[in-house]
Design a protein around this ligand. Structure first.
Ligand code: UGA
Length: 472
């Protein structure tokens, strides 16, 4: 199949590279000439596992890069729109990029085309794309519009694409469903997984994946509702973690207990400093706005967002209660990305917390395996950067863990303790067992679990520290 993918952001770039790996001929289009030139030269603009290999494998062969949208449309049977849909001031999604791509596609329809929306968009978008293309003079029989949302996560985007839980195709005509079924046949028919060069199968994946065909409107709603549900799951467990702190229960035991119910499941029940990234915050807000526009007041989502913001505030209170005054305090910070495995800092709770601490007069030395360059562009000279977790901890009054990078969960605790001025760790991601931390001489604060104090700390000191946490 010949495919054009419009937009070379996270979704477009990953989709383009993966379609090429499925055996299709792909033209990836972007109007940013510098981006296209860099891709042609072999640069990989995002930190994403397996993406460099796929780009290297297919660049100049099954994967081409271009700034000429209409040429790419003429050469393709399916055109995937994967441009940005940033939030407006009102919280709804700005669809002007989608509209302008739809308008431009019209002039290049030279045979039956399937126009596929892959960006996260509100319900009715595919109807609007169809209207815009018709308004600009296309023959109604010459194209169909489908919705084929992506469920990939940053950091595991390539394996999420190639080993999905499900493939969702929303379209209102058989002919168009047929084209999309053919595009995904290497996955749904299992052929891709027989290839010696296939990207390795992740642990939990079931193959071959199934395809769910729905109406376009249902598919659009499924994407927004899925992200809103996952955000709700995170806010729910964060609220439960707060309750655990009040009563002295352990949220990890509570998660184990509720996650063992197969109707609930254990995933996305990790409490922390709240969700961030380019998807959940934007999509919950947009879904809220869509519902309002359609006449439903989805107040549950307001609460999901409120709990998420509170979570950062609660963490800051924990830092204050552990250190008393903050002005002039030197903090080591582990993690800046919005989650582990990515260099993305958009809406990163780690960056928001670091900014709040800087405003309170703290000095910060931060380390992140991938996101320091991007953070430097945003935060300028306010933060010092270190070359390792140990260097970030050197001489610090306390160490903060803000991103769930795997490498932060496996630190040499003896060495870490030797670096810190005071052995205090405030962990926003629950990467360590409190008892182990106490045994290594740390005072350890985490989320939804009691604070742990160094073994052998005098009773009065322990009581004072316990009091600190209750006040937080
Ligand atoms: C999310 C969804 O998981 C994808 O299915 C979806 O395709 C994507 O948005 C999108 O719409 O494009 P992503 O934003 O890459 O993916 O990241 P997640 O892994 O979902 O994490 C989001 C945030 O929630 C992170 O800040 C993470 O630290 C936080 N989180 C996640 C928790 O605090 N607890 C958890 O248990 C899980």
């Amino acid at each position: 199949m010949r495919i054009a993918v419009v937009g070379s952001g996270y979704v477009g770039l990953v989709a383009g590279a993966c379609f090429a790996d499925l055996g299709h001929d792909v033209i990836l289009v972007d109007n940013d000439e510098r981006k296209i030139a860099a891709l042609k030269q072999g640069e990989v603009p995002i930190h994403e596992k397996f993406l460099p290999e796929l780009l290297e494998r297919h660049r100049g062969r099954r994967l081409e890069f271009s700034t000429e949208l209409q040429d790419a449309v003429r050469a393709s049977e399916a055109v995937f729109i994967a441009v940005g849909t940033p939030p407006t001031d009102r919280g709804d999604a700005d669809l002007s990029y989608v509209e302008s791509v739809a308008r431009e596609i019209t002039g290049a329809i030279n045979g039956y085309k399937v126009v596929v929306e892959k960006s996260t968009v509100p319900v009715y978008t595919s109807e609007w794309i169809r209207k815009i293309i018709l308004r600009n003079g296309a023959d109604p029989e010459s194209f169909d519009v489908a919705s084929n949302p992506e469920f990939l996560r940053e950091g595991t985007a390539v394996t999420d694409f190639l080993y999905p839980d499900r493939i969702l195709v929303g379209c209102d005509h058989q002919r168009c469903a047929g084209v999309l079924r053919e595009i995904y046949l290497p996955l749904t028919g299992g052929g891709y997984y027989q290839n010696a060069g296939a990207i390795p199968r992740p642990d939990r994946a079931t193959i071959p994946p199934s395809i769910i065909v729905t109406s376009s409107k249902s598919a659009e709603l499924i994407k927004h509702a899925s992200n809103a549900f996952l955000a709700m799951k995170i806010s729910f467990i964060n609220a439960v973690a707060t309750l655990c702190e009040s009563v002295g229960a352990d949220v990890s035991q509570v998660c184990q207990g509720i996650g063992a119910d197969s109707r609930i499941g254990p995933r996305f029940l990790n409490p922390g400093i709240g969700y961030g990234g380019s998807c959940f915050p934007k999509d919950v807000l947009a879904f809220r706005a869509v519902a309002r526009e359609c006449g439903y007041d989805f107040r549950l989502l307001d609460e999901v967002m409120r709990i998420n913001e509170d979570q950062r505030e609660r963490f800051l209170r924990k830092v204050r209660s552990a250190l008393w005054t903050l002005r002039g305090k030197h903090l080591g910070v582990l993690g800046l990305a919005f989650k582990g495995g990515t260099d993305d800092i958009r809406e990163s709770p780690a960056v928001l917390i670091a900014q709040a601490l800087l405003q309170e007069g703290c000095k910060i030395t931060a380390y992140d395996p991938a996101a320091m360059e991007r953070t430097q562009q945003v935060m300028g000279s306010g933060v010092q950067f270190a070359n390792s977790a140990y260097e970030a901890a050197q001489g610090a009054d306390a160490l903060l863990i803000l991103t769930e990078w795997e490498e932060f969960a496996n630190l040499d605790l003896r060495r870490l303790r030797g670096q810190l001025k005071y052995p205090i760790v405030i962990d926003g991601r629950n990467l360590y067992d409190p008892e182990v931390m106490a045994a290594h001489g740390f005072t350890y604060y985490s989320v939804g679990r009691s604070a742990a104090h160094p073994d052998g700390a005098p009773g009065a000191l322990k009581a004072a520290m316990k009091n600190d946490l209750n006040q937080a």
